[in-house]
Design a protein around this ligand. Structure first.
Ligand SMILES: [Zn+2]
Length: 272
């Protein structure tokens, strides 16, 4: 990609996990009931992605930091290696491979924007340790993720982020013209979504884990197995819906295999 007069955006699949669908979607039709007490579990693909953006003003941005190559050992103490194994991943998908494909060193990225600090989104944030890149996340997310004792809590692995200089936002914030962080808490203390207003493709909203799947969005919205604050989660979904309706945005869901296969995928293809 070369600098032009338009924002250019590349969606890069990173590692793909497997996991039980119930983590993503609390769907009564798939659950045990009195008449069907034994239900087959749904072991599904759970892809991850990052977004690489070049701004016409010259800045480069990355949205999220994917899953780590060493997930099997790094996640073993948490048990997530069993629950969400990253076992459907090819070598070119890991984030360090993606950076090489883009011809970039981590420090050449001006902004690393993190939707939240769960281990499947901040797994490679340490690539940016000391790189001079401005790392930005929600203020409440940072406070929450540093609030517990010990090396992990839920989907948080403290070593993923505790040595990083983390800048924060505490309201919806336009980082650069056309690139806005939206506060959508609920999945975690301070989950963010990313709104990008593109010249040719219109507005895209990268929902990250505020919306895992199209089925989560509804209407009606259907919550997931991992929600820190379900009231805030529903409010955040309706906030996204209001923006979507106003801008006719394309919503890119956080972990949708069906949708990811239908999108233009980087590094060779991009949206403007
Ligand atoms: Zn998450």
């Amino acid at each position: 990609m070369t600098h032009g007069d338009k924002i250019k955006l590349s969606i890069l699949p990173t590692g793909t996990m497997h996991g039980d669908l119930t983590w993503l979607l609390i769907d009564p039709n798939r659950m045990a009931s009195r008449s069907q007490p034994i239900r087959t579990r749904d072991w599904v693909e759970i892809p991850t992605h990052v977004v690489y953006i070049e701004h016409p003003a010259g800045q480069k941005l990355m949205w999220d930091a994917g899953v780590p190559r060493d997930w099997a050992t790094r996640w073993a103490p948490t048990g997530f290696d069993e629950v969400f194994p990253v076992d459907a991943t090819t070598d070119e998908m890991w984030l360090d491979s993606r950076l090489r494909q883009l011809g970039l060193e981590p420090g050449e990225i001006n902004y690393l924007l993190l939707s939240h600090l769960h281990l499947d989104h901040a797994g490679n944030a340490r690539l940016w340790q000391g790189a001079g890149t401005k790392i930005i996340l929600d203020e409440a997310e940072k406070a929450g993720a540093l609030s517990f004792d010990g090396h992990s809590m839920g989907g948080y692995l403290r070593s993923d982020y505790d040595n990083l200089a983390l800048d924060t936002v505490n309201e919806d914030t336009e980082i650069l013209p056309g690139i806005t962080l939206l506060q959508v808490p609920g999945h975690t203390w301070g989950t963010l979504a990313l709104q990008v207003d593109l010249a040719d493709s219109g507005t895209m909203i990268f929902a990250s884990d505020s919306l895992y799947l199209k089925e989560s969005y509804g209407p009606p919205a259907i919550a997931a197995g991992i929600v820190y604050d379900s009231i805030a989660w529903f409010r955040s979904v309706e906030k996204i819906r209001a923006i979507q309706e106003k801008t006719n945005a394309t919503i890119v869901f956080g972990h949708s295999a069906d949708q990811l296969h239908q999108l233009r995928l980087g590094p060779h293809e991009y949206y403007t």
